[in-house]
Each structure stands twice: as structure tokens, then as C-alpha cells.
Design a binder for this molecule. Structure first.
Ligand code: AMP
Length: 176
């Protein structure tokens, strides 16, 4: 099963992807994790990705699509995977489409996501910058959600509540 989890930062998407990967015994593939790993490398590439991540920008679409395509060629992904963080926009999907069978959108109100991010206390998590990142997220994500909806593979999940309850809700929609 090829599954995509979509949701803004602070929606609990990564946790849900982790739970689901364990449950289905398939890998969780997170572009954020892949780029964080590359950023630790002592190379030109490592330095470049480090700079991009630290500034809060996105890695370019071509590089991202290529990295995902390569990752999915690995043997452990042959039986399916849970994708967390890719595609992030329509352009990425057009460059490389993993052909998901199910897409879950974790819906959490802006006020809650903002509260959770502010609680992390990170220097870049100011009210203003959170608002900007959220706006950017919706701008890029909305067209993707519309696309998956038109494919009939999108399920909206209420992302409020305990992690266990949300996971149950996702699993219910998989066995169907
Ligand atoms: P995340 O853990 O998903 O918040 O991602 C952390 C960082 O990795 C982002 O701020 C980007 O710099 C980079 N990144 C992750 N996924 C993507 C993607 N699909 N396209 C471009 N950059 C990405």
C-alpha cells in the first residue's frame, strides 16, 4: 500500500506516519528526515541543504523529486510505504508521482497548530512567521488536496484528539 499523509507543521503527521508504518510493517519515508540526514554530511551538497533548512526555505523541486525517486527504488519500499512530506506542491507531483493509493489529510484548526508551534518555543516560531508558513502551506497544498480528491483517494481526518484515536480513525479507512 502506498500511502501519503498530508498536514501542516504541528498536525501530528509525522507521529501518525510512524504509527502507521509500524502497523503495516512498511517503511515511513520522510523527505524532512532525508534532508536532515543529508544536512549532516561534510560535502558541498550537505552544506547546501543545511543552509536551505536553516533558513526555513524549501529544497528545489527537481532535487527533491530525484531524491524521492531514488529512495523508492530501494528494496524495502517495494511492498509499499508511508510518505511524509512529498509532494509538497503540484510541480513536485508532476516531476515524480509515486502513485499513491490512499491520501490522508490531517485537518487541524490554525489556532491549534499555532498553539502547538508556539509551545515548541523555537526562535523562528513567532506568531508572525507561523502565520506566514501556514499561509504558504495552504497555498501549495490546496491544489494537491483538490487533485487527490478528484482521484477519489483523499480521506480527511480530524487531527484533534489523542494520537491513538487519530491512528484508529486512519486504520479504519485502510481496511475498507
Ligand atoms: P519537514 O520535516 O517536513 O518540516 O521538512 C524539513 C525541511 O526539509 C523543510 O523545511 C525543507 O527545507 C525540507 N523539505 C522537506 N520536504 C520537502 C519537500 N517535499 N520539498 C522541498 N523541501 C522539503
Amino acid at each position: 500500500m502506498k500511502i501519503l499523509l498530508i498536514g501542516p507543521q504541528g498536525s501530528g503527521k509525522s507521529t501518525q506516519a510512524e504509527f502507521l508504518a509500524q502497523f503495516l510493517n512498511i517503511p515511513k519515508i520522510s523527505t524532512g528526515d532525508i534532508f536532515r540526514q543529508i544536512a549532516t554530511e561534510d560535502s558541498e551538497n550537505g552544506r547546501k541543504v543545511r543552509e536551505i533548512q536553516n533558513s526555513g526555505k524549501l529544497v528545489d523541486d527537481e532535487t527533491t523529486a530525484r531524491i524521492v525517486e531514488e529512495r523508492l527504488k530501494q528494496e524495502d519500499a517495494a511492498g509499499g510505504f508511508i510518505m511524509d512530506g512529498y509532494p509538497r506542491n503540484i510541480r513536485q507531483k508532476d516531476l515524480f508521482d509515486p502513485h499513491f493509493e490512499k491520501v490522508f489529510y490531517l485537518k487541524v484548526p490554525d489556532s491549534e497548530v499555532t498553539k502547538r508551534m508556539l509551545a515548541r518555543g523555537r526562535a523562528d516560531d513567532t506568531q508572525e512567521s507561523i502565520k506566514m508558513r501556514l499561509n504558504l502551506y495552504y497555498q501549495q497544498t490546496k491544489p494537491l488536496l483538490d487533485y487527490y480528491k478528484s482521484q477519489g483517494i483523499l480521506t480527511e481526518i480530524n487531527g484533534m484528539g489523542s494520537a491513538g484515536k487519530i491512528q484508529d480513525e486512519i486504520r479504519k479507512n485502510i481496511s475498507k
